[in-house]
Design a protein around this ligand. Structure first.
Ligand code: ZN
Length: 318
């Protein structure tokens, strides 16, 4: 069981302003806890490469991609907003291309069997980015790009994306429902997306669904670990077992943690370990253990670092 972490120090340089919760200290907090736990000696670590820009169109319109690249500020120029709470400074484009690149690199490392599974300790996150717009701290949808890349390059027939961030992965749902069928005529039945999220809550406009390709699992603000596990057991696990994914992608957001002020849901590290164990069991059953996990939210620095350690220990099976 070889688990890798893919990231780059320049992913920490994207900055949306003083006191913004989605900041580079998040990656430092993760790195600190990996060292504190001793996991930095157990996992293999890789520097991400910037994504080949032509791969961005796997999940986004060329018009949106050009809009982001063209408007990325140079050093000394003012920040530019590409969408609601998606502000680019002079470092953002580099961070964004590395964050998407980490996801694609993770696919290659897992498919070549260099790694069994991988965690991308990268930012900015991606799951709110829709096929033609950025929003909610997200510019390009890293997980959707990587899932489409895995299908295209390695001819995988079925890939699952699961998202336990406390916010709904609206961007990923949008791309699976509206974009993939347009760019890939064989996408029907190729994707399963499972998202759990506090509801009602940002981004609000969500259709409940228990029908593939989208399993939307809303959680009440009062949700604690026991109810979370029950919801996942009832809604995700049967759908995943029926789907039989050849690879599992995880949009791993840790902002449902009880210590995270971003939400009201009250999960702990043990819940993140539990859901990782469940997903690993499914990956071992159908996907040769292949999991690519990507950092999404998680804003309480201590809780984030500890939760990532629990998640990676789950991937390893410690
Ligand atoms: Zn979130």
């Amino acid at each position: 069981m070889t688990v890798g972490i893919i990231g780059h120090y320049k992913c920490g340089e994207h900055d949306m302003g003083e006191h913004h919760p989605e900041n580079g200290k998040r990656l430092t907090a993760i790195s600190d806890q990996l060292i504190r736990s001793g996991l930095d000696y157990v996992v293999r670590q890789f520097d991400a490469k910037p994504i080949d820009k032509s791969l961005l169109s796997l999940a986004h319109t060329q018009e949106y991609i050009d809009f982001v690249i063209k408007n990325a500020p140079n050093e000394g120029e003012p920040s530019f907003s590409v969408g609601e709470d998606a502000l680019m400074n002079s470092k953002t484009l580099t961070s964004t291309l590395l964050s998407a690149g980490a996801a694609v690199d993770a696919v290659d490392l897992v498919m070549s069997e260099t790694l069994t599974s991988a965690f991308c300790a990268s930012r900015p996150p991606g799951h709110h980015a829709e096929h033609n717009k950025g929003m909610g701290f997200c510019f390009f949808n890293n997980v959707a790009i990587a899932a489409a890349y895995a299908r295209k390059k390695y001819q995988l027939k079925r890939v699952a994306i699961v998202d336990f961030d406390v916010h709904h992965g609206n961007g990923t749902e949008d791309i699976i429902r509206n974009h993939f069928p347009v760019v890939d005529s064989t996408s029907d039945g190729a994707y399963l997306f499972c998202s759990s999220y506090q509801y009602p809550f940002y981004p609000f406009d969500i259709q409940q669904s228990d029908t593939p390709p989208v399993i939307n699992t809303p959680l009440a603000a009062t949700t604690k670990g026991e109810e979370f596990r029950k919801a996942i057991t009832e809604h995700w696990l049967p759908a995943l077992n029926k789907f039989k994914p050849e690879m599992i992608f995880i949009s791993a957001g840790f902002d449902a943690h009880i210590e995270d002020d971003m939400s009201h849901v009250s999960l702990t590290e043990s819940d993140y370990r539990w859901v990782t164990d469940e997903l690993k069991t499914i990956a071992e059953e159908y996907a040769n253990g292949r999991i690519v996990s990507l950092l999404e939210g998680g804003y309480n620095l201590s809780a984030l670092g500890r939760s990532v350690v629990a998640h990676i220990n789950g991937l390893i099976g410690n």
